[in-house]
Design a protein around this ligand. Structure first.
Ligand code: DX5
Ligand code: ZN
Length: 221
């Protein structure tokens, strides 16, 4: 693993062959598996839950699994994902009644915790909980669907978040999710991100090795 993590979003994978798809992107050089959980309530789409996470573990996937919760309520699904083998569990502050409690619950369950910020959600939520966060995830699209375009104002928000992290001295990862492509990943990295979710830009290509190599080449510049 390099300092930069590439996190394929399995939302764009072929769900009928999910285990194989995940193995293929990992052997092509992906670092972590981004697992989008949508409930048709907090976001207008419905995807997968802890059973699928557990199935990936049983299929021999040992890489970190980065569970992005787009569900409301948040708390009752956290222990289920921890038991199912999640490594990171991140949630949207608007979806939790008690943000501090949800973050603590994730850590108490033995996982790494994170807060997710929609494009128009201010970073202010971080102020009192920074020491309880292992990952900050900035959405660069509105959540719910893959294949949307990167919202450019995310670049300034990434710079703000990078400064908050650096000033804190804490080992917090800064992840970006939505519209990440080969032609913008360098700019996104320069703005401060170190963890890059990419769904359609990976799974909609025929050769994952070639695609991951192109992402890595951009990041190496
Ligand atoms: C959107 C999801 C993303 C999505 C990214 O709500 O959180 O992870 O799958 O897909 P792309 O990379 O296609 O924008
Ligand atoms: Zn996501």
């Amino acid at each position: 693993m390099s300092d930069y993590f590439i996190a394929p979003s399995i939302l764009s994978a072929d769900f009928a062959r999910l285990g194989e798809e995940v193995k293929n992107v990992l052997s092509a050089g992906a670092d972590i598996v981004h697992f989008d959980v949508m409930d048709n309530h907090y976001v207008p789409n419905l995807t997968i839950g802890p059973l699928v996470c557990e199935a990936l573990r049983k299929h021999g996937i040992t890489a970190p699994i980065d569970v992005h919760l787009m569900v409301k309520p948040v708390d009752r699904i956290i222990p289920d994902f921890a038991k199912a083998g999640a490594t990171y569990i991140t949630f949207h502050p608007e979806a939790s009644e008690h943000i501090d409690r949800s973050l603590q619950l994730i850590r108490d369950c033995g996982c790494k915790s994170g807060l997710v910020f929609n494009p128009a959600t201010p970073l202010d939520y971080l102020r009192y909980v920074l020491d309880k966060v292992d990952m900050i995830l900035l959405m660069s699209v509105n959540p719910g669907f893959g294949g949307q375009s990167f919202i450019p104002s995310t670049l300034n928000k990434l710079r703000e978040a990078r400064k908050i992290i650096d000033d804190s001295g804490l080992p917090i990862r800064l992840e970006v999710d939505g519209g990440v492509k080969i032609d913008n990943i360098r700019q996104i990295a320069e703005a401060g991100a170190d963890t890059f979710v990419a769904g359609s830009a990976i799974f909609n290509t025929p050769d994952y090795n070639a695609t991951l190599a192109k992402f890595r080449a951009e990041l190496a510049q």
